[in-house]
Design a binder for this molecule. Structure first.
Ligand code: M6P
Ligand code: ZN
Length: 194
């Protein structure tokens, strides 16, 4: 990671809504299938895909706005269209390390869904089109799914101090999975939760 500049003055950035490209950008991260093997429910489909390619699933870009006494971060994520077996491409999904940290997600391009779940299994999902904005309360894990045929881009606004926890999602996933059935996206009970 580049050194984060402390800047008490206003900062303006530019985002290309079609690609999620961000200028200036402090950090970029690419996630390929091999870095999120446990997140997909059809492990045979994961194995078969990896035999041919380590498929590029999504890209994260972000810029932290740090002043001497505040911090905010703005990120974009671009998820490629596609499926692993019948399950749509998606982000890994995470809880925040800090239990008082919310986040706002804003869909700017593409079609998809946001799923949210707390540690007791309380589950919510929201269908997304460009312009949809969802407030994710503290203590809800969050994951975005691209159910369309074009890249999905969303903007995220969060405090740098929120942090990421992936373990619970890696081991048990969300309560529901988003799969294609008869050409349409449907939400099915995750076999790991049955
Ligand atoms: C958003 C923010 C980031 C997050 C990214 C991808 O841009 O919430 O903090 O890293 O989405 O999500 P994940 O970390 O679950 O792969
Ligand atoms: Zn988050």
């Amino acid at each position: 990671m580049n050194t984060i500049p402390v800047n008490d003055n206003p900062v303006t950035v530019h985002i290309d809504l079609a690609s999620g490209e961000f200028n200036p950008c402090m950090e970029m991260q690419k996630r390929n299938l091999s870095s999120m093997v446990m997140m997909f429910s059809d492990q045979k489909a994961v194995e078969d895909t990896l035999k041919n390619e380590d498929r590029f699933i999504y890209q994260i870009r972000y810029y932290p706005f740090i002043t001497r006494n505040s911090d905010m971060s703005l990120g974009t994520t671009m998820i490629m269209p596609g499926k692993i077996g019948n399950e749509y491409h998606m982000t890994k999904g995470h809880f925040h390390e800090a239990d008082n940290q919310p986040e706002i997600y804003h869909c700017v391009t593409g079609e998809g869904a946001l799923q949210m779940m707390d540690l007791n299994g309380e589950y919510h999902s929201a269908v997304w089109t460009p312009g949809t904005i969802t407030h994710i309360p503290p203590q809800f894990a969050h994951r975005v799914i691209n159910t369309g045929t074009t890249p999905l881009v969303f903007v995220a606004s969060f405090h740098v101090a929120a942090g990421h926890i992936y373990g619970p999602i890696e081991s048990k996933g969300f309560k529901y999975i988003w799969v294609e059935k008869d050409g349409k996206p449907v939400e099915l009970l995750n076999p790991k939760w049955a």
